[in-house]
Design a protein around this ligand. Structure first.
Ligand SMILES: C[S@@+](CC[C@H](N)C(=O)[O-])C[C@H]1O[C@@H](n2cnc3c(N)ncnc32)[C@H](O)[C@@H]1O
Length: 214
């Protein structure tokens, strides 16, 4: 990496994440699958199980949930300690999940060719330094099956006291221009959060807004 400031940002994010996992159970590791994912997978009009890629899977709660619902799941996290815990949890649950330690913005370095029908991101993208976000979007676009969905939960920029974290609907519309942002549902947290659903068109570009916008 040529830009020392960018490299320092990535290093700082990784160190902070490693610190959370080294200290024990991070505050986000609730072990509870959010109703928004359950609705996507089991609710009215839910698609049949297909192939899923989770970005920033932590200790694997939601990857294991998807596998138990019949999905063929690959899940990636940057932090080795999180992935090891996720493997232990998957083994204990008897769930088959490919759990990989790697960077969601450098998917070409991993054996994750796809295509995937569902991408799931619970609070990973919103913490990725801005200079890596285009690479994240490109990696997903290259691996998206026709009609793929991206279900993402993110904190708004106001939720952080640093200048690089957070995500907005406007940012996603711009950065994921080949997708259609079909839903934005505010979260119930004390700080600004939202669930975003994006859909890829059947022929690779953005989906027509009027047809099956779920
Ligand atoms: C707020 S935590 C949420 C973890 C998990 N989704 C959950 O809800 O329990 C964000 C996760 O994303 C991971 N992460 C952050 N940046 C990443 C990156 N560039 N590639 C892969 N994982 C990343 C972190 O290690 C962390 O486990």
């Amino acid at each position: 990496m040529d830009d020392p400031k960018a490299a320092a940002q990535e290093h700082a994010v990784r160190r902070e994440l490693e610190g959370y996992y080294a200290a024990g159970k991070p505050p986000w590791d609730t072990g509870v699958t959010p109703p928004e994912l359950v609705n996507r997978v089991e609710g009215d009009g839910a698609p049949p199980p297909g192939r899923a890629l989770e970005l920033g899977c932590g200790t694997g709660t939601n990857a294991i949930y998807l596998a138990r619902r019949g999905w063929d799941v690959v899940a990636v996290d940057l932090i080795d300690r999180a992935v090891r815990r996720a493997r232990d949890k998957a083994d204990a649950a008897g769930a088959t999940v490919r759990l990989l330690c790697g960077d969601a913005t450098r998917l070409d370095d991993l054996d994750v060719p796809g295509p995937y029908d569902l991408f799931f991101d619970l609070s990973c993208y919103c913490g990725i330094p801005p200079h890596r976000r285009d690479a994240y979007a490109a990696g997903l676009a290259r691996r998206a099956a026709p009609g793929a969905r991206l279900l993402m939960f993110g904190y708004g920029p106001e939720a952080f006291d640093d200048p690089i974290s957070g995500v907005t609907a406007d940012e996603l519309r711009t950065r994921f221009a080949d997708w259609t942002l079909t839903d934005v549902t505010p979260g119930t947290n004390d700080v600004p959060t939202a669930w975003f659903t994006l859909r890829r068109g059947r022929s690779g570009g953005a989906a027509a807004q009027t047809v099956d916008s779920r």
